[in-house]
Write a protein that binds this ligand. Structure first.
Ligand SMILES: Cc1cc2nc3c(=O)[nH]c(=O)nc-3n(C[C@H](O)[C@H](O)[C@H](O)COP(=O)(O)OP(=O)(O)OC[C@H]3O[C@@H](n4cnc5c(N)ncnc54)[C@H](O)[C@@H]3O)c2cc1C
Length: 372
């Protein structure tokens, strides 16, 4: 088949690496003018590492990554609410690690950076029975049997092709940054405040990845200067949070959205990665789910008996239940965090966390056991 991959993020690059060496003819286009490095950190739960192992990247990633062994949920004062070990079954099937996002991108770009056609995007798609004629911004045209949209949560391809492309705005603003923190002995810690949360996640022996979020219904907090906003939002938190904000250098800010539609393909255009299931990072499943999409697709495309229609139908059958669960559950965890707005809600939320354990760990157990 002639296949077009749109977007060279984690999903697009992982897929291209594998398909490059198959009988299919593959083009990979990227709208940005060069490799898109984003800063901050990324956390990879065991199922993401299982995906990277199947794709042959695990050893290289481990060279840049830091393994964590426990997850802690705490109050803003850093008083422990609950904790869970990541060394117990079924979580111990793979290491839980974190690393600088740019290091992960460098691993995925190795050997294929020159294959990526940068500065290129789709202007128009004309569908016919078995193929799709694509017109690009550089005035070129090419016919493809399959178009794989890996162009992220704001997918332009999804907007062009699907009936319900809109995103659910969860009205949560967030900030991400890394700080130097020599000789720490930390495990991932999620501090629950009122309608806000702050996370420390070690990415090396000397560096922490920090993430903060707040419910921001009017979007007013998002408009503020990032450091100023964080100082204000986390002023009641324990001193280690204030210090981290003080030491923050490059801060990336964002607003959390979630893909609403459960459409997976139309004509011969298939969504994967965040274009299909972008959602809040509550379960840190973005990479894990993208890699599962890629592995499912690779297997379907490897079967020479599968037509493009069969690939699309079987992909949807295999993936829809699991990705729908991840989106719904990630949205739910955000809502649980927001319960803390009122004193009663806070007591209820903290009691749930005390008795049922860290919510992300609960989700990971279910995903790893495939118990959905
Ligand atoms: C705040 C935050 C924290 C997160 N933390 C984690 C975490 O710790 N662990 C985890 O697993 N996941 C996390 N995620 C999710 C994770 O980042 C994504 O799921 C992951 O990057 C997979 O993305 P992707 O490749 O599908 O899309 P993206 O990474 O968004 O890549 C899409 C690519 O397509 C390109 N593109 C866009 N439009 C076009 C176009 N029209 N034509 C061509 N190219 C185009 C973009 O430039 C980009 O390079 C987080 C997300 C957020 C927002």
């Amino acid at each position: 088949m002639k296949i077009l991959i749109v977007g060279s993020g984690i999903a697009g690059l992982s897929l291209f690496h594998n398909l490059k060496h198959t009988q299919h003819e593959i083009d990979l286009i990227e709208k940005a003018p060069s490799a898109r490095l984003q800063g901050a950190g990324i956390c990879l739960p065991a199922n993401a590492m299982a995906g990277f192992e199947s794709l042959g990247f695990k050893d290289e990633i481990l060279k840049h990554a830091h393994q964590v062994t426990e997850v802690r949920f705490e109050k803003a004062s850093r008083k422990l609410l609950s904790k869970a070990s990541l060394l117990e079954a079924p979580l111990n099937q793979q290491p839980f690690v974190a690393l600088e996002r740019d290091n992960l991108m460098q691993v995925l770009l190795k050997d294929i950076e020159t294959d990526v056609q940068y500065n290129k995007f789709i202007c128009d798609l004309q569908h016919n029975d078995n193929a799709c004629l694509v017109s690009f911004n550089d005035n070129s045209q090419k016919e493809y049997d399959l178009i794989i949209a890996a162009d992220g949560i704001n997918s332009d391809t999804r907007n062009k092709v699907f009936d319900t492309p809109d995103l659910l705005d969860l009205k949560v603003s967030n900030w991400r940054f890394c700080i130097d923190y020599p000789n720490h002995n930390m495990q991932p810690s999620y501090l629950l405040g009122e309608n806000d949360l702050f996370m420390f996640y070690p990415i090396s022996k000397d560096k922490l990845y920090c993430y903060g979020q707040i419910s921001d219904p009017t979007g007013e907090i998002f408009k503020l200067d990032a450091k100023q906003a964080m100082k204000q939002v986390f002023s009641g938190y324990e001193q280690s949070v204030q210090n981290a904000i003080y030491n923050a250098d490059e801060v990336i800010k964002g607003q959390i959205k979630s893909v609403k539609s459960r459409e997976v393909f139309k004509h011969n255009v298939l969504l994967i990665g965040d274009a299909l299931h972008g959602c809040p990072p509550s379960l840190q499943q973005g990479v894990g789910m993208a890699l599962e999409d890629v592995l499912a697709l690779i297997e379907l495309l490897a079967d020479a008996n599968n037509t493009s229609e069969q690939v699309l139908r079987l992909f949807k059958e295999q993936r829809l239940t699991r990705i729908s669960w991840v989106i719904d559950e990630s949205n739910k965890v955000i809502k649980l965090a927001e319960l803390g707005k009122s004193l009663c809600g806070r007591l209820l939320r903290n009691t749930i966390v005390r008795f049922t354990g860290p919510q992300n760990v609960k989700g990971w157990r279910k995903l790893i056991n495939n118990d959905l």
